[in-house]
Design a protein. Structure first.
Length: 192
């Protein structure tokens, strides 16, 4: 009995080794890429270099595919950011639209013009406050020097006073700035 017990672990290892060899011999791809014996690698420097080359090729291909995936992911993220960057801004303006809709409904029923005027003035102030909270501010142009970077001259007219020569006399359309950057030039009339 002891003899059978002692030989049994050896028999199991032998069976496992044979099963592994059968798996390797049954798959021609694995046989080609099987690592050469350590003795061959040490004896032949070409085999050693080929082995290193195949390792470097594998690392390169993995890094290349990883980098390509990274570029695709960054590109998708950038497109999403551009698409949805202004959602917060639009959400802040929706209450103003709601106010305008309520004002339109009340116009049909209103008999008092002053209450309608006050309602529109409240909506205007609310909208202006929202714009200012987002960094949008109107330019004050009348009476200032003409600056081509800030203003678009619609026309030149004779200055009513000599001190208004080269200055803005009238503002046709307001200009706006977003955080000190011009987003719309003011359309103005300049005195000459």
């Amino acid at each position: 009995m002891k003899q059978n017990e002692e030989t049994q672990p050896w028999a199991e290892n032998e069976e496992a080794r044979e099963a592994g060899e059968e798996m390797n011999s049954g798959n021609p791809v694995d046989a080609e890429h099987a690592l050469p014996d350590a003795e061959k690698v040490e004896a032949d420097p070409i085999v050693k270099l080929e082995l290193e080359l195949s390792e470097y090729k594998d690392k390169f291909l993995r890094l290349y595919s990883e980098f390509e995936n990274y570029k695709k992911r960054v590109s998708r993220d950038r497109i999403d950011q551009i698409k949805f960057a202004s959602i917060e801004t639009y959400l802040t303006f929706l209450p103003v639209i709601d106010d305008f809709e309520r004002a339109q409904k009340s116009l049909d029923e209103a008999s008092d013009v002053d209450s309608v005027r006050q309602g529109i003035q409240l909506i205007y102030q609310k909208f202006k406050t929202l714009l200012e909270s987002k960094g949008v501010k109107p330019m004050n142009c009348v009476g200032t020097e003409f600056d081509a970077e800030l203003h678009d001259a619609i026309s030149n007219v004779p200055a009513p006073k000599p001190e208004l020569k080269g200055k803005i006399i009238d503002e046709i359309e307001k200009g706006y700035m977003l955080n000190d950057k011009v987003i719309r030039h003011a359309k103005v009339i300049v005195g000459n």
